[in-house]
Design a protein around this ligand. Sequence first.
Ligand code: Z5A
Length: 209
Amino acid sequence: MTHSGKFIVVEGLEGAGKSTAIAHIKHYLHQHGIEPKCTREPGGTPLAEALRDLVKQLHSNEQVAPQTELLLMYAARMQLLTNVILPALTAGSWVLADRHDMSSRAYQGGGRQLDEQFIQQLRQAVLGELKPDLTLYLDIDPAIGLERARQRGELDRIEQEQLAFFQRTRQKYLQIAATEPNIAVIDASQPLLQVQQQLTTALNQALGF
Ligand code: Z5A
């Protein structure tokens, strides 16, 4: 079976189960004869991975300005787009992404409350007309997600934010999902098996398999 390349993105708060969902989606795609190129953001190229380390770590007494955080996310994204995502899509391959642009809109737009116009200008400059074919947004109460993340060990700079930051981030995710096409909302608070069933249903509907 042949399919022209599609761009699938998995989004959600920490501990929503993105890594677990991605393993399920990869398996689903394999069953349909598709070997996707997997990416993560920020990251996915040597320079973008270095930016990821920088943006996630604490910088002793130096405050990281929200605008700096946003610019680092888009610098990493530009690098990944240029070197990985666009070449793969152009070659007809599928791309399966652990986070993409919706994260910046939710975390920096919602969580950090950055100016929408500033974000929109960057999006246009970096992404142009590129949009995912399908975004699977794993929705979870941040208190539950953070508890799952905490059980894994030390929290990074962004994970150390207050609950209110993650509540604003979730609200922005939900607002975008309610108003834009090609975004499926998955209830990630359910047991794993049910989350996987919802993912399969959303994939079948969007991809027509
Ligand atoms: N960020 C940003 O601010 N702006 C941007 O533009 C971009 C990113 C692109 C990336 O960190 C950080 O950058 C992130 C957003 C910000 N920061 N924060 N805070 P990351 O990539 O290291 O972290 P993450 O993306 O949030 O991944 P994560 O913490 O690893 O979460 P996850 O992948 O969604 O979770 P998981 O590893 O699949 O599952 C977590 C645990 O829950 C694990 O033990 C599972 O076994 C368990 N789990 C999963 N599903 C279930 C269910 N259904 N029930 C029970 N337990 C479950």
